[in-house]
Design a protein around this ligand. Sequence first.
Ligand code: SF4
Length: 503
Amino acid sequence: MLITKTDYLEYTFCKKNLWLRKHKPELFEGMEFSDFEKKIIEDGNLAEAACRLLYPEGVLIESHHGQAIIDTKEVMADRQTVFQATFQNDVFYLRADILKCVGPVVDDGIVTSGLGGWELFEVKATNEVKRRAPHHHVNDLAFQKIVIEACGVKIVKAGVIHLNREYRKNGEVNNHALFMEEDLTAEVMAAEEQVRGEMEQMKECLEQPEQAGCACLYEGRSNHCSTFAYSNPEVPAYSVHNFNRIGMSKKKLEDWVDRGELALTEIHNPEDLNKAQKLQYTACLLDKAIIDYAAVRKALDGLVFPLQFFDYEGYGSAIPMFDGFGAYEQVPFQYSLHIMQAGGEIEHREFIITEPTGDLTLPLIERMKVDIDPAGTVISWYSSYEKQRNDKLAELHPEYASFLKEINDKMFDLMTIFSDGHYVDPAFKGSASIKKVLPVLVPALNYSVMNISKGDQASERWEKLISAKTSATEKEKIARDLLDYCALDTWAMVEIYRVLRSL
Ligand code: SF4
């Protein structure tokens, strides 16, 4: 069994999950990457390809496994820069992003320092060096240095090349400005002993029989991976792990688990719960919603007509595609707006960028200026997303800054009715996401029948929509699907608002 660099990083994050991947791959069969995960992989590949352009002399090893090791040796014999240099020592196998040959420093024919060797760079499609599992860049490099040096290659420098968060595209992407190099040699050398120890422990761990349970028994639900139920069959689907923000009160969780109090309603000390958790517990115990009618009414009475239910969809990428935007900065590419007058009449407005030419977001903001009345309240769900997009638009178009600021200042986040505990239903399972709230309050409305049903899917579809390779017919269909999806987001808010009003 070969152990790759990815395996090592996974081991440092979760031993059990790596063991299951290696010994019980059937547990992961049929499990597809989400659109979000696919995008992360694609962004990583694009960033690596763009970074290689900074080393025009580099040679890419395109072969695999044993052949890649032979090809790597050949290229390195010519002291050329290598991309995807491949090494194996014992069971440890890796492909290094960039390996660059450096000679000793020679001054006037005299070697003044160093014996020369190789510089190792890892390309990361992130805005910074990460130092926490499972993306610990220093340990990642230390693993590589250990394996490469065991193969007889001296590493004299180790670093990460990552995206520069300050960079903003202006014309052609400038790869020299987009990427920045951080020398981590000292940190990598300091981490080597620990990483070497972990590599040996990992070998032993993978040779052991399966251990029962897993460490997430003591972690909140958001930490659990897809195999949690397999490793912990005794834990019910709605358990103490679902308590609101229980990850912040690990002691309580540990206590319940050690006492065998796994179901949410089985705990011996409900009096120790915080306000949100207590509401969640009581709703579950009574098996009915708990509603603070006065608080809901007070929140809704503060809204000013026309009520404008508003939602953006956004797109971000590692290599910025549009002028004025940096790596991963979200480009608002469409919006939906349902306008409700005091008498209850509803009107719908929407906009989508289909041809991203010139000043990309100017047509969008011009239409917003026509569609939105800042005197009324703009209502969104998880409003920090919409507010941040408005701040970015204001930065790009200062002439609209006061209009956007006025919207932001008065924006009401409908989600707060649920996240602040004014309305708690056992079926929300401690979440205030619209995907959990909508089916309970408005069962007739359903995302699952839509061609697009999630934000990351919308982002991927828009990328397809603006691609020159997409036919006009397909573009039209994608645009319709995107408009329908975004419209459902704002219509869902209208319906939720009506239900809340009817209380
Ligand atoms: S649920 Fe947590 S501890 Fe268990 S295998 Fe998954 S990540 Fe590891």
